[in-house]
Design a protein around this ligand. Structure first.
Ligand code: AMP
Length: 187
């Protein structure tokens, strides 16, 4: 099974992906986590990505598409995967379509987590206090939400037209939300 968890920063995609994979054994692929690890390790990729991430901007499409293609080809992904935080632009979505086609894979569901804007800001500021992520400061949060509206929201339409979109309210307890995901995905 191949899934995408779509939603604004702070919508709970990562938390729900972790709960889902514990239940199903799928692999979670989070471009944000891969990039943060690269930054922490001080690799060339990390150095390139950090300046975009700290400003709340997207890392260039070619970079993240390369990361995803490499990761999806790794053997553990054969059991199925959840993409968390990718794609974030139409160009990334189109690249994903061709990567999946090359590998003979299809998308099963795109789960769209819906959370009101003021709740997103509240969560992101809370996470900043708890985890100390360097991109969870007010300026970067504002920018990331702007980028989401401009670049990522069009994906809702893109996957709706393909008949893949499933809507899930991302407000409530993590258990309640996990139950909603289970209901739309069917496992
Ligand atoms: P996330 O943890 O998914 O919120 O990602 C943190 C940051 O990593 C984002 O604000 C972007 O700078 C970068 N990033 C993660 N995924 C992508 C992506 N698919 N395309 C471009 N940049 C990304």
């Amino acid at each position: 099974m191949q899934l995408i968890f779509l939603g604004a920063p702070g919508a709970g995609k990562g938390t729900q992906a972790k709960i889902f994979l514990e239940r199903t054994g799928l692999v979670q692929i989070s471009t944000g986590e891969i990039l943060r690890n690269a930054v922490a390790a001080g690799t060339e990729l990390g150095k390139k990505a950090k300046e975009f991430m700290d400003k709340g901007e997207l890392v260039p499409d070619a970079v993240v598409i390369g990361i995803i293609e490499q990761r999806i080809r790794e053997p553990d992904c054969a059991k199925g995967f959840i993409l968390d935080g990718f794609p974030r632009t139409i160009e990334q979505a189109q690249a994903l379509d061709s990567i999946l086609a090359k590998l003979g894979l299809a998308l099963d569901h795109v789960v769209n987590f819906e959370v009101p804007e003021e709740e997103l800001v509240r969560r992101l500021l809370g996470r900043a206090a708890e985890e100390g992520r360097s991109d969870d400061n007010p300026d970067s949060i504002r920018k990331r939400l702007e980028v989401f509206h401009e670049k990522t929201k069009p994906l809702i339409d893109y996957y709706e037209k393909k008949g893949k979109l499933r809507h899930v309210s991302g407000v409530g307890s993590t258990t309640e939300i996990a139950e909603r995901v289970k209901a739309v995905v069917g496992v």
